[in-house]
Design a protein around this ligand. Structure first.
Ligand code: HEM
Ligand SMILES: [Cu+2]
Length: 565
């Protein structure tokens, strides 16, 4: 081991306490979790909360699919169906995708840059609890407070809440207010956490950790944080405007009164499209760490990969109206947004090629993280191709708001994001808990979830071609949609079985799993230089790095990377 990175037994402080093994009673454990400002604990709490909300939103999805399994079905009444897709979509985007991203960023960024914690630990805790409370508040809408808010008024206007559906005329109760207020609150937490990530990366790096040596994971989290800071305020602004319309007689979105309902769509998607890139950034981050380690090769084209991530984020700020090709914009506007959207596929394509080039000629180790990343590459390609199809305005004029669109974004968000989240959990589980996840159980999870996923969403592309609109709670039996809807619902059951194997694996491995040691995958970034789990202070002495693969240098003093830089 080179002396730069001190991984010396003598430097070991008292054995770190594994999460859940805090000494003392449950209250003491809760106290520790409630009052913690430690980035690792907050990271795990973000991931835990995200997975909890995933299960809840997944159950809502299951209910909708049961309703849609047969024509003329009455399992769910129409208003409950409207609430279900609104709560499912809103939860998956704001209470699953974003906290999972912040969870991974919180746990890993300080470790990867050789820091002891985030720049603002208390702001970090604030960000987490504001997010968590905003989620509880949103779900409180299902019960409501007697006399204050009518019970059972969960939001039912869809996750993008188009106007005039959200005005008092069409949404009389408080369902829309639960949606606006909980997301307004959540937005404050997100911006606080994004700011914290940026200051941490730019001000807390250990000696030698130049920007050109940052792991790509960290670059993706930097870009994600910039997008959050640029996009979230736009959503907050239009949510304040709709609340002013609803309660103080403003007319921002009231077309009859000189406002403009389409203005809401512009505001929402100026936030909404960068939002989907905020959601997919962790996929890029995790894949760029996992593929090199399990191919035994450094990432192909590091500078181009970083440039591609920055380019994707930049372009994603200028494509929003591809969600609005059917509102009657002038052709020049349509042409601009067709072009800008097609442009995104160039840096995205570069990333896919660079990941494949990293695997090419590598010594591939088919461990769970790599297997889920290979699934991601295949599914994200399909998602990207249908995205390019939808970027062509005349194509979208035919398929807007159809099941083709539902299939497309689920291929991105499940096939893309979720598969890499699983890869990331299996990759860093040993670091966080000191135990190896069970490989066989993981394979069951992978195959059941993959087969279930394609059985659910592949047929939906064709349901879209056959004219099935999204958000309908039932359909007649003469449309030719029956069989494919039934198949799609069966797919959800297979996915659910896969998720059960995943949850069982997390618990089983925690209790009975094989001890992992500090660096089970023989990896290269600094988080693997610490013990598993890492001590509260992360590093006994802050490391000094000389290349992009500090741990490789420490393990291979005969041929360190910095000699080739
Ligand atoms: C795990 C399996 C999942 C299943 C079975 C599923 C199923 C569904 C169903 C049935 C709908 C309603 C479609 C309609 O009637 O228009 C829907 C909508 C949606 N889903 Fe999922 N979903 C899943 C995962 C996800 C994930 C992981 C995300 C995001 C991270 C997501 C985001 C959305 C969004 C944004 C909508 C649109 C809601 C709206 O129209 O307002 N879903 N999903
Ligand atoms: Cu978009």
């Amino acid at each position: 081991m080179s002396q730069e990175i001190i991984i010396d037994e003598n430097y070991r402080m008292p054995e770190p306490v594994r999460v859940g093994e805090e000494t003392g009673s449950l209250t003491r454990v809760m106290q520790q979790l409630v009052f913690t400002v430690d980035h690792k604990k907050l990271g795990l709490m973000y991931i835990g909360a995200g997975l909890l909300f995933f299960v809840i939103a997944g159950l809502l999805a299951g209910l909708m699919r049961i309703q849609l399994a047969f024509p003329n079905n009455h399992f769910l009444p129409p208003d409950v169906f409207n609430q279900s897709f609104t709560m499912h979509g809103t939860t998956m985007v704001f209470l699953v995708g974003m906290p999972l991203a912040f969870g991974f960023a919180n746990y890993l960024v300080p470790l990867m840059i050789g820091a002891r914690d985030m720049a603002f630990p208390r702001l970090n805790a604030f960000g987490f609890w504001v997010f968590f409370f905003s989620g509880l508040f949103l779900y409180f809408s299902y019960v409501g407070a007697p006399g204050l808010y009518a019970a059972g008024s969960a939001p039912d206007v869809g996750w993008f809440a188009y106007s005039p559906l959200t005005t008092k005329a069409f949404s009389r109760g408080h369902s829309t207010d639960y949606w606006t207020l909980s997301l307004l609150l959540g937005g404050i937490g997100s911006v606080a956490t994004a700011l914290n990530i940026l200051v941490t990366v730019f001000c807390m790096r250990c000696p030698g950790m130049t920007l050109g040596r940052l792991p790509i994971f960290v670059w993706c989290m930097v870009v994600l944080s910039f997008l959050v800071i640029l996009a979230l305020p736009c959503l907050s602004a239009c949510q304040i405007m709709i609340s002013l319309d609803r309660y103080l007689g403003a007319k921002f979105f009231d077309t009859q009164a000189g406002g403009d309902a389409v203005l809401w769509q512009h505001f929402f998607w100026i936030f909404g499209h960068p939002e989907v890139y905020i959601l997919i950034m962790p996929a890029f981050a995790i894949t760029s760490e996992v593929i090199p380690v399990f191919s035994r090769k450094p990432i192909f084209g590091y500078p181009i990969m970083v440039a591609a991530v920055v380019a994707i984020a930049f372009i994603s700020l200028g494509v929003w109206a591809h969600h609005m090709f059917c509102v009657g914009m002038v052709s020049l506007a349509n042409a601009f947004f067709v072009t800008s959207t097609l442009l995104v596929s160039i840096p995205t394509g570069i990333k896919i090629f660079n990941w494949l080039a990293t695997m090419y000629g590598g010594k591939l180790r088919f461990e769970l993280p790599l297997i889920f990343c290979i699934g991601f590459l295949f599914q994200f390609l399909i998602a990207g191709l249908t995205g390019v199809m939808l970027a062509v305005a005349p194509f979208t004029w035919q398929l807007s708001d159809s099941y083709f669109v539902v299939a497309h974004f689920h291929y991105v968000l499940i096939g893309g994001l979720l598969f890499t989240i699983f890869a990331g959990i299996y990759y860093w589980y040993p670091k966080a808990f000191g135990k190896m996840p069970d490989h066989k159980l993981g394979l069951w999870h992978f195959w059941l979830f993959t087969i279930g996923f394609h059985v659910t969403f592949l047929p939906q592309h064709f349901l879209g071609f056959l004219g099935m609109p999204r958000r309908i709670y039932t359909y007649q039996d003469d449309r030719g949609w029956d069989t494919m809807n039934l198949i799609s619902t069966i797919g959800v059951a297979i996915q659910a079985a896969g998720i059960l194997f995943f949850v069982y694996n997390l618990i089983y491995s925690y209790i009975w799993g094989k001890k992992s040691g500090d660096d089970p995958w023989d990896a290269w970034t600094l988080e693997w230089a610490t013990t598993s789990p890492p001590p509260e202070y992360n590093f006994a002495k802050l490391p000094v790095v000389k290349s992009r693969r500090p741990l490789w240098d420490a393990k291979h003093p005969e041929d360190p990377d910095w000699k080739h830089e």
